[in-house]
Design a binder for this molecule. Structure first.
Ligand SMILES: CC(=O)[C@@H](O)[C@H](O)COP(=O)(O)O
Length: 254
């Protein structure tokens, strides 16, 4: 069971809802993934008139916990304004803080992310900041009251997998709150790697929406989460430089 603030989840897969080729494919992928948490950019929603067509309209939103994100924000002020808008619209009090430093790398701005996290925690939000793989910043976000931290595996949409598994491992080891690896996932093996490192969950979007068969990939990601988590809980064998026979002869009956 994954606990983030006052929320509890069975599934450890968080799914982004953007960039699907059609809303039908989006719905099938979301269904088969068995995710419980959907994230989306608040600026893409029509919050003024919720009855207008929107890109989540095929989904039965009552079945999911919504994790609005502040994508598009480049300053603390913008991120806070987007978060307040999401909460006031009744979407959810959970917010994924995403304050981007530049459009080429889409990497998070560390100072603005920390400041936004502090302000939104004070306002009573359940705050999940998207951050870099820097263990020091992760620690400061936890001190600021973040309810979970979301270090990137690689730049958003890159599909490069986990660029710095050793730093992610340090973040996971040190964090008293859940760690959700967010962004840059390319394939199920990246998800398994993240979960075997001990991540509490994975958030991904492009790897599913951009796959040749998004629905099949969504299912693969579901199983990757489960396999990786089971492997982590089971505890892998240590790596050795030399062979050890799988059927040792010592101790055999004459
Ligand atoms: C949907 C969302 O929140 C993205 O910003 C997220 O970081 C996913 O990244 P990928 O598309 O690389 O999976």
């Amino acid at each position: 069971m994954l606990k983030i603030g006052k929320y509890q989840f069975q599934s450890r897969l968080f799914l982004g809802t953007g960039k699907f080729s059609s809303l039908d494919i989006q719905k099938q992928a979301v269904d088969v993934s068995e995710t419980e948490v959907l994230t989306f950019a608040v600026r893409r929603m029509n919050l003024v008139d919720p009855d207008q067509p929107n890109f989540l309209e095929k989904l039965d939103l009552k079945r999911y916990k919504l994790l609005p994100n502040t994508a598009g924000a480049t300053t603390v002020e913008e991120a806070v304004r987007i978060a307040r808008l999401a909460k006031a619209s009744g979407l959810c009090d959970m917010i994924k803080v995403e304050v981007i430093a530049d459009t080429k790398t889409l990497l998070p701005d560390p100072l603005a992310t920390l400041e936004t996290t502090k302000l939104l925690v004070e306002e009573g939000f359940t705050v999940l900041p998207y951050t870099s793989d820097d263990p020091v910043l992760a620690r400061k976000l936890v001190e600021a009251g973040a309810h979970a931290i979301m270090p990137g595996g690689a730049p958003i949409g890159s599909g490069l997998g986990l660029l710095n598994p050793r730093y992610l491992e340090i973040i996971i080891d040190e964090s008293p709150v859940p760690v959700i690896i967010d962004a840059g996932i390319g394939s199920p093996q990246d998800v398994v790697q993240a979960m075997e490192l001990g991540a509490d969950g994975v958030l991904l979007n492009t790897a599913v929406s951009g796959a040749k068969d998004p629905v099949k990939m969504a299912e693969a990601m579901k199983w990757a989460i489960i396999a990786g988590r089971l492997g982590y809980e089971a505890g892998r064998i240590p790596k050795k430089r030399y062979a050890t026979a799988s059927s040792p002869l010592e101790g055999m009956l004459e």
